[in-house]
Design a protein around this ligand. Sequence first.
Ligand code: AMP
Length: 383
Amino acid sequence: MIVGIVGGGQLARMLALAGYPLGLNFVFLDPAPDACAAPLGEHLCGGYDDRALLARLAARADVLTYEFENVPEKSVEILSALGSIHPNANALAAARDRLAEKTLFRELEIPVPPFTAVDTRADLERAAVRIGLPAVLKTRTLGYDGKGQAVLRNAGDLDAAWARLGGARLILEGFVPFDREVSVIAVRGRTGETLFYPLSENTHQDGVLRLSVSRPGDPMQVLAENYARQLLDKLEYVGVLALELFQTGGTLLASEMAPRVHNSGHWTIEGAQTSQFENHLRAILGLPLGATAPVGYAAMVNFIGTLPDAGPVLAVPGVHWHAYGKRARPGRKLGHATLRADNRQDLRAGLDRLLALIEPNADPDPGKPPLARQFEVAAALGE
Ligand code: AMP
């Protein structure tokens, strides 16, 4: 069987790595000649809107999927007509536009921060009054990893934010003073069978994920699963879905969803019985899903901008190294390390060692708390 993937970055690469033991082969569509998944399959090098290449991708593949949500709408239409694509076009449309996404959450009675659409400078003025400040102005489409966003702290910030983002269709969201961020990774098969991984507790720096920790037995697990299940069923979803949430007190507010495998689920490669990558492939191929039960405790640290020296990192017991084969560039995700342990104490000890090796390279903002604060937050929440 051949799986066709729109996108040839690290998510496509890790899907392929999970697919080889299942006897699968891969074809990727990606405009970058050095796409990091390319060495693992056939690479169709060209634009995501290249009709001839889209047709070739569909002809070569038995099933189609994608590794990012900004696939052009027209391309999804073309691929849907030519082949079997999962998750479906509705799921992609909902995830592509922050306004559609939040409207769907609200329709399903999944709590969300206050939000409103902003198309003009006058809209922004009204929205700031209605939502209140602080608030976050975001582009409705094409934003990721904190790109296309501006935090408005007071009325004086509106002009600069508008100068930077105005012109695109925007959304203004209330700023959530969250206790922590979590995500739930879910997988739904073709028969509707649905499984969930233990919550990931996530720390971002400058809008980019730095650290995820698996939280087996988390008190918010059931609530997060209920919200994710509503989305999966409503969208008749097939594949892996990530739902990112803000926790304030005993409440979870939906931040966004990703209709694909997700960075906060990378720890499942070693920290769960079946990884999110294998389960995504099983789901889209109509195979039985694999168990999502945790294997002890796990944490994942992203390597951003530079890769640390492998030697000292690999000397930390329980560490697994994942380099994506990408050229170093500031702000670029180049790889990650997963730490797996049989108990929380060992995980914490290992993570303290690992973070000490990585943080000096990460240009941490001196005004911001170090990543290790993650565990202090967890303790305060009643670990
Ligand atoms: P996003 O691209 O929407 O996932 O945003 C990236 C990160 O920015 C989130 O994971 C949060 O850490 C932060 N962020 C985004 N929106 C908000 C918000 N409304 N309130 C507080 N923090 C936010």
